[in-house]
Structures are given as C-alpha cells and as structure tokens.
Design a protein around this ligand. Structure first.
Ligand SMILES: [Zn+2]
Length: 389
C-alpha cells in the first residue's frame, strides 16, 4: 500500500490535468507520428474534443504540424499530425577535457556536432560555449531554437541551479545556467550526465515499459542515473546516484572528490590508464582511446588493464543490483565499444547469495552487450524537459 501524507498536499488544479493531458498527447505524437486525431483519442483514452483542443494549441505553438493526409476505405480522410522538426535545441555534453556541442531537432536527430576544449576555468568555458552556440544558430538560421540543454559530469543544485559538485571538472561553485542564458537569450537546462542518459533511455531507448533501471556512465569518472518506480531519483539537493563515490577501500588511491578508494577510482577510464601505466611502467601520455586501440591490437598489458577496469565496474554493478534490484543496467561510454570485455566484468557482478538476483544481473550483462555503442547522447535527455513542459 502506498503511504500518502495528506497533511501538506495541494489538490490538483484543472491546469494540472490540462498539462498532464498535453504531455500525454505530445508524447503520443512523438512516438507514433504521423498519427490522426482519432487515433490519438483512441490510444490515449481522452475525449475527441479534448484531443482537438490540445492539438490546436500545439499547432498554434508550432510544436506540431500537419503531415500527410491519410487514406481510409471510406469516410473522411484524416489529416495526420507530426512533430515540427524545424524546432531545434542547442545541446552540449561537457566533459573534463572536451565539450561536444551541437544542434538537435525535436525528434532527437543531430543536425550538426562539433568539439571544443573544456578548461578548468568555468567562466572561460561558458564564454567559449556561448560563442560557438551563437555561431551554430547563425548557421542554422532556418530553425526555431527553443532552448539550450547541457549535460555535465556534476550535480546541479535544485535550489540555486549552480553547478555544486563536479570533482572531475575541477570547477568551483558556478552559475553556468545564467552565464549561458545571458549570452544566448534562451531558456537553459542543466542536467547531470548520468541522469540525462537515463532520461534519454526513457525518451529514445527501449526502456519505455521499464520502471526501474540504472544508467552507469563510464568516462573520466563514473556516474549513475537511478530511475526508480518510473521516476528519476533526485535525493536531497539533487545528489542521489553518487555510487561512483562510494568508498570501496578507505585505504585505496585518492579520488577527485577528496575521498579514497571510491568505485570510480577503480572502474573509470582514468583507472584503466593508471592500471596500464602501472603494468607497463611507461611514462607515455595515453588517452583512453589509445588504450582501446592497443587492446584491439591484442596488446597484452592493455587487455589486462581493461580487464581490471571491467572487473571493478562489475563489482560496483553488483552493489547496484543488490541494493536496488533494477530490471536493467545500461552502461554508457567508450568502454562499451570494447567487445565482450564488459560481459566478462559483468560476471563479477553476479551476486552469489541464495536469494540471488542472478537473473537481473545476467540481464544487465545482456543489456550491456546490446548497448555496445559509444552512445553518450546524454544531451538527448534534455529534449524531454522541453517536450514535457
Ligand atoms: Zn570519490
């Protein structure tokens, strides 16, 4: 039974109901486009008149346009509706060394992408990003830009909207949102990269019917986006999901968060590079892509370094499987391009307890294998914010 505290609640206004119905209709159009009004009413269970009111409003606001005219054996030919792909969003995926930015339409198609360096000076990075975004708006002057979505390896305070915890960016408390909004003049949404990936999975992936899953983003650090009971777990001050900073060994190597022996110190791209340097005693500067290329060419030490990393990822996944019992864990990052390695690491994540969550753990492995695509389209998640408003 669900325990609900009625002492401090507000009744739903008719506006709330309208907003929910609008979200339902917009989502149905996105998923089933082109679709007729009659089918929208049939699938949603809403009255035809309600569907008409909502679609007229969406058409007025140019979120939705008329598509092709349908063919039926008899009766009036319906006018199909589809999303207006002239509506676009500026997106950016901020990582410690590089930022990928681009333009995406409402259907989640990237119309252009480019890279720029990320620096440890948040002001300079924000300026550079805004400048390039303004340029992209000029290049795509035929599009109507609705807003800016930025995913980043850190946490954003729900109260102040400042970036408050971004150990891998090495940024102090910073108001990135205002800095970008001031230069671009559009609404700006910030989201933690792992959370954005979780939203992207719901929006564009295959997890539509799954209400409990976890996204693990493996990059310079290790992040998780936790989706519980059909909702993103936010926690106090948006800090939920920091499994990457759970200390597995208090005497382990120092972590960027100030702690020691965190999961990410063992399972991140940086960890794999550290293993390789320890094993080979080389002083050469190496990127994670270089390491993957070495492993691809059967370099024994590179393979060993990656294996250690996979095992560490698996151990942390076991912690998640045991603690949250998700239906799926989706792994995101360059590491997913490295063949069956992750499945080997996944074996380490299978719990051995008799109560056993073996089945979901195996599913996680299968899912990880299927997700072997360097899908860091975290910024895609942002579109959910704009569509669902
Ligand atoms: Zn840490």
């Amino acid at each position: 039974m669900k325990r609900i505290d009625f002492t401090n609640t507000q009744v739903a206004s008719s506006q709330t109901a309208r907003d929910i119905n609008r979200g339902v209709v917009l989502n149905l159009i996105r998923r089933r486009q082109p679709i007729s009004r009659a089918d929208l009413a049939r699938v949603s269970g809403l009255q035809r008149s309600t569907v008409s009111l909502i679609t007229e409003q969406l058409i007025r606001e140019r979120w939705v346009v008329h598509g092709p005219i349908g063919r039926l054996p008899r009766g009036r030919r319906p006018r199909f509706l589809r999303l207006n792909d002239r509506k676009a969003i500026l997106v950016a995926d901020l990582r410690p060394d590089q930022t990928r930015l681009g333009v995406a339409d409402v259907n989640g198609n990237f119309l252009s992408q480019e890279m720029m360096p990320t620096t440890s000076d948040p002001r300079a990075t924000a300026k550079g990003l805004a400048k390039r975004m303004l340029h992209l708006m000029n290049v795509h002057s035929d599009l109507v830009f609705e807003g800016v979505g930025i995913s980043l390896p850190g946490r954003v305070s729900e109260k102040t909207q400042h970036v408050i915890f971004a150990p891998n960016l090495r940024w102090p408390d910073f108001d990135l949102k205002s800095a970008i909004r001031k230069d671009i003049g559009l609404r700006v949404e910030l989201e933690n990269a792992a959370n954005a990936c979780a939203l992207a999975e719901v929006w564009f992936g295959h997890t539509e019917r799954i209400r409990d899953f976890v996204v693990v983003t493996v990059s310079e650090g290790l992040g998780t986006g936790v989706f519980v009971n059909g909702q993103l777990a936010r926690g106090r001050d948006g800090m939920a999901g920091e499994f990457g900073h759970v200390p597995l060994d208090p005497n382990g190597p120092a972590c960027s968060c100030g702690g020691r022996g965190c999961w990410e110190v063992y399972g991140s791209n940086r960890a794999a590079l550290r293993y390789y340097h320890e094993l080979s005693a080389t002083k050469d500067e190496l990127s994670f892509q270089d390491l993957l290329a070495l492993a691809e060419s059967e370099d024994g030490l590179a393979l060993k370094a990656l294996e250690r990393m996979f095992e560490a990822i698996g151990k942390g996944m076991r912690m998640i499987v045991t603690g949250l019992a998700p239906h799926e864990i989706v792994v995101v990052g360059e590491v997913t391009g490295s063949g069956d390695g992750l499945s080997r690491g996944e074996a380490a994540s299978r719990p051995t307890s008799r109560r056993g969550h073996g089945a979901p753990a195996r599913d996680c492995g299968a899912r990880a294998s299927k997700t072997f695509r360097a899908f860091r389209g975290c910024t895609r998640g942002r579109r959910r914010t704009f569509l669902a408003r």
